[in-house]
Design a protein around this ligand. Sequence first.
Ligand SMILES: Cc1cc2nc3c(=O)[nH]c(=O)nc-3n(C[C@H](O)[C@H](O)[C@H](O)COP(=O)(O)OP(=O)(O)OC[C@H]3O[C@@H](n4cnc5c(N)ncnc54)[C@H](O)[C@@H]3O)c2cc1C
Length: 218
Amino acid sequence: MAESKSEQGRSPRIDIVGGGVSGLNTGIEALKSGKQVRIFEAEPYNPTLAQNPEQQRIIRRASDAGSAQWYPYVEGGLNKGEQEDQLQWMEDALDSYLEREIVEGYSSAMARRRNFELMRDAEPMPDYLRGMLEKFGPVKEFGDVPKNPLEYSYGYDFTTLAINSPAMLTALRQEFNELGGNFVSKKIESADEFYELPGDVLVNCTGLGSSELFPDTG
Ligand SMILES: Cc1cc2nc3c(=O)[nH]c(=O)nc-3n(C[C@H](O)[C@H](O)[C@H](O)COP(=O)(O)OP(=O)(O)OC[C@H]3O[C@@H](n4cnc5c(N)ncnc54)[C@H](O)[C@@H]3O)c2cc1C
């Protein structure tokens, strides 16, 4: 069906369910490549919500709560090629953020920060971290660590890009709108409703909401 629609000469339509950081970034990339994009989002977006500790308990959008740092991570059990792909994907994500660093709206949503990754016990330091993170090394002086409630005694000290998530979501929403994307406030109630969406390509970006949409009993 998708092919016959495209053959009619119009650009493909992408329907994305979920308007967190994944859905918005997916939508922006699809718009830039000439697609028509709709995002369906269940929760009204409210940037002040994420800053209110009382409200944080009921937040269902990870992108509202996570103050994200860029920190490369390779999952266990991958072969060498898969590891390289994963690291390349992380480099690409960093490049895409750095390209936006000077763009109005985005510039206030990110900053380079000194950060710490703390552990209970000493672990072998992955080589890729040394090559990818600025000023990377073991924590030498635990007095420099601002928060260490569990009194971990080992960790890494580095500088990386930190994202202010509410500001980033606002900037992504703005870019999505400016590129001509269509943001629809609507919850997709079931897997059937998802598959009935008319887009040529359907993308599930519902994050934790995915378990409700596609009940996973495993
Ligand atoms: C405390 C915390 C700290 C974190 N720190 C980091 C970090 O340092 N670095 C990092 O990279 N990551 C970090 N993360 C993880 C990161 O925040 C998430 O991986 C990311 O925000 C997930 O984005 P998402 O768009 O996939 O999901 P979400 O942000 O959860 O977005 C999913 C969206 O889908 C919508 N939705 C769900 N179901 C439906 C439906 N049926 N119909 C319509 N809409 C629907 C939801 O309302 C929501 O808006 C952190 C997360 C948390 C909670």
